[in-house]
Ligand binder design. Structure first.
Ligand SMILES: Cc1ncc(COP(=O)(O)O)c(C=O)c1O
Length: 384
């Protein structure tokens, strides 16, 4: 069977060799410390699990859900935005439920991109922006995120003809993988740029609550952004619910309606029991979020300080549960050496795009004890 040209146009999977190396190491009995996956090791809080247990018993939850999500779920998202982001949302028209934010991100280009239209994607970036543009037969245009610009795109560097042909601009702050954050001045600049060029600004806020002594901004805190912006959010990282598959999209009503039209044709909504559990999460006590951040902050400090002692150049991130570290030469070679000599797995930056080359990413999803062990192993293996 021949694959479609769309599928053939997707970039190759860069980590196959590294995955194979990890598999072999594990088979050899090596206790690999894996900092690769951005999947919280902390459990979903008890009160959310207990609500799910109650909710699966309810007969009404056994039916098809509505496409846009329960009104009560959408109200809970709007309340969460009011409480944490100082943004007013109309739950009826400006909020929909998603089967995880990845689902919404992946479907958005199908709503707004015609074959050959440009989609602006950050490089390095979460790979789904690029692949969703390809699947909609759009042309991804990579906008570099460079360290000298604080890993923010330089909008002036985007040629006018590219901006005019662009339909969507994907952005993501707090950023995976660079950990950069966006301040209001930059947010305003992006929104104004998208309004001027009639571009949908798609802001991915998957790490919106993971921050240390810092409050990440919603792009919707700038009032003009409602003219052009859709913001994606997720319960995955905020409440340690990656496996539950629930997120939301909020913002401009027309954009939300466009995305909903795609979804109406390809999926049938989020299991309502999961929505009930998510309502309890979103309306719950924010100490759950603070406790997660306390744990990640301690891990961040141990890892960054340890890496600095080993001679690496690395910043303490203000947000996200990642550490983005500069390395000499090829990031894939660095990761392979680290795995081979120390049994420590990190993600090579080049996997997030060519401008990620020269960096590796650690996910802070391992305990302080494991982080310390990894640092000790690195010290002896790398002879530093
Ligand atoms: C930047 C970014 N956006 C979106 C997602 C998707 O999250 P989910 O689909 O679990 O909501 C992830 C997951 O790792 C991510 O890193």
């Amino acid at each position: 069977m021949e694959l479609s040209s769309r599928l053939k146009a997707l970039p190759p999977y860069l980590f196959a060799e590294l995955d194979e190396m990890k598999r072999k190491k594990v088979l050899e009995g090596v206790d690999v410390i894996d900092f690769g996956v951005g999947d919280p090791d902390l459990p979903t809080p008890r009160h959310i699990v207990e609500e799910m247990q109650r909710a699966v018993e309810k007969e009404e939850n056994q039916k098809y859900p509505s496409y846009e999500g329960k009104l009560e779920f959408r109200e809970a998202v709007a309340e969460f935005y009011g409480r944490r982001k100082k943004v007013d949302l109309n739950p009826e028209t400006q909020v929909i439920a998603l089967i995880g934010s990845k689902e919404g991100i992946a479907h958005l280009p199908l709503a707004f991109v015609n074959p050959g239209d440009i989609v602006l994607v950050p490089d390095p970036g979460y790979p789904v922006y690029y692949s969703s543009a390809i699947l909609a037969e759009g042309k991804p245009y990579k906008v570099p995120l460079k360290e000298e610009n604080g890993f923010l795109p330089d909008l002036e560097s985007i040629p006018d003809d590219v901006a005019k042909k662009a339909k969507i601009f994907f952005l993501n702050y707090p950023n995976n993988p660079t950990t950069a954050v966006a301040e209001m001045d930059f947010i305003k600049e992006c929104v104004d740029f998208c309004i001027d060029n009639e571009i949908v600004l798609a802001h991915d806020a998957a790490y919106s609550e993971i921050a240390f002594d810092y409050r990440p901004k919603s792009f919707l805190e700038y009032e003009n952004s409602f003219e052009c912006t859709i913001e994606f959010g997720s319960l995955s990282k905020t409440y340690n619910m990656t496996g539950w598959r629930i997120g939301y999209a909020v913002g401009n009503e027309e954009i939300i309606r466009g995305l909903l039209k795609v979804k109406t044709n390809v999926d049938s909504g989020v299991f309502q029991a999961v929505q009930d559990a998510a309502i309890v999460a979103l309306r719950g006590d924010d100490s759950v979020i603070e406790e997660n951040n306390r744990v990640y902050k301690e891990r961040r400090d141990v890892l960054v300080e340890g890496l600095r002692k080993l001679g690496f150049e690395v910043e303490k991130p203000k947000a996200t549960f990642y550490v983005w570290m500069k390395v000499d030469g090829s990031s894939i070679e660095f990761a392979k050496t680290l795995l081979d000599k120390a049994g420590v797995l990190v993600t090579p930056g080049v996997g997030f795009g060519e401008h990620g080359e020269g960096y590796v990413r650690f996910a802070l999803t391992r305990s302080v004890e494991r982080i310390k062990e990894a640092l000790e192993r690195m010290e002896s293996a790398l002879n530093v």
